[in-house]
Write a new protein. Structure first.
Length: 313
């Protein structure tokens, strides 16, 4: 890959990480104005329609084999309906700073599930990474607020953790489905099916919650449009494209920037405080991701292969 082409590619991946970090702030704003689950349902539907239009214009749609539908349904149930339901409820009860940091556990949790269920290699460094990551999660939840606030925040943090876990589980089914159908087509189906599930959950949890669509101020719909079309729709397209060109391993490393941009934007835009304990937790999580995903193992193996052979005199 030429340097200019690589620079553009890595730049597009960094743009996605920035959009996803800002999206946590956008969602925090949206759940304060629109019923959380209804908001997610409409946002995911908008993202699905955006990706579908992109694929249709590029004539990249293809038939989905029957054997892939079960994996797609499970990926949509966990990664879209479950993840976004828990995320919306959690964001309404905890801070964007904590949410960004808890969501940063996603690569470690995915690696742990892959080791347990997909036969990925167990190594000491990967287990150390899992431990470091979850130790960081404990640190970021240290707070000095009063009892009632702590209880509410703890419940919100639990929902965010459930959202992160649901998405990690969905990746197992996405991996299976992606062996049978193109990633962009898979993205359309998971987004559309997930939005249907979210609307169903919305009607059960808050039958009259749709009224919040009517009462929301105009500027909220601008944030909604930017979040649905750009952060989720365009972001997913660019991310999938980067995976196809530089591989999932290298692309996943960039996810470490999402909590960084989330922390920065939460502090600058929402005025939320970042405690020293949360910064320490962030460092633990980043170290955990690098170790737990096997990136350090791969780096050490590559260095050993490149080391010159030693011969006895």
């Amino acid at each position: 890959m030429r340097p200019l082409e690589a620079g553009k590619l890595y730049g597009s991946v960094m743009l996605v990480m920035l959009m996803w970090g800002l999206n946590v702030v956008a969602l925090k704003v949206l759940v304060a104005e629109i019923n959380p689950v209804y908001m997610q349902a409409a946002r995911i539907l908008l993202a699905g329609l955006s990706v579908a239009l992109f694929v249709f214009l590029r004539k990249e749609h293809e038939r989905v084999p029957r054997t892939a539908f079960m994996y797609i349904l499970l990926a949509a149930a966990f990664g879209m309906t479950g993840h976004h339901t828990f995320l919306a409820i959690g964001l309404s009860e905890t801070t964007a700073v904590k949410s960004s940091l808890i969501l940063a556990l996603l690569p470690i949790t995915t690696a742990l599930l892959s080791m347990l269920f997909l036969g990925d290699a167990f190594t000491k460094l990967r287990w150390l990474g899992v431990f470091a990551g979850f130790a960081g999660a404990v640190l970021i939840n240290v707070t000095g607020e009063g009892g009632e606030a702590v209880q509410g925040a703890a419940r919100g943090d639990a929902f965010i953790f459930a959202a992160m876990t649901a998405q990690a589980v969905s990746f197992l089914f996405i991996k299976k489905a992606s062996e049978l159908v193109a990633p962009r087509v898979l993205t359309i189906y998971t987004l559309m099916l997930g939005s249907v599930g979210l609307f169903a959950v919305s009607f059960v949890l808050a039958p009259s919650g749709w009224e919040s669509y009517i009462t929301a101020p105009g500027w909220v719909w601008l944030v909604f449009l930017l979040s649905g079309v750009f952060a989720t729709g365009l972001g997913q397209i660019l991310y999938n494209a980067s995976i196809s060109k530089i591989g999932p391993g290298k692309t996943a490393i960039f996810n470490n920037f999402v909590p960084f941009f989330g922390l920065l934007s939460s502090a600058l835009i929402l005025g939320e405080n970042v405690s020293p304990a949360q910064l320490g937790g962030f460092i633990f999580i980043v170290a955990g991701v690098l170790l737990g995903t096997g990136w350090v193992d791969q780096l050490l193996l590559k260095k050993r292969k490149q080391a010159p052979a030693k011969y006895d005199a």
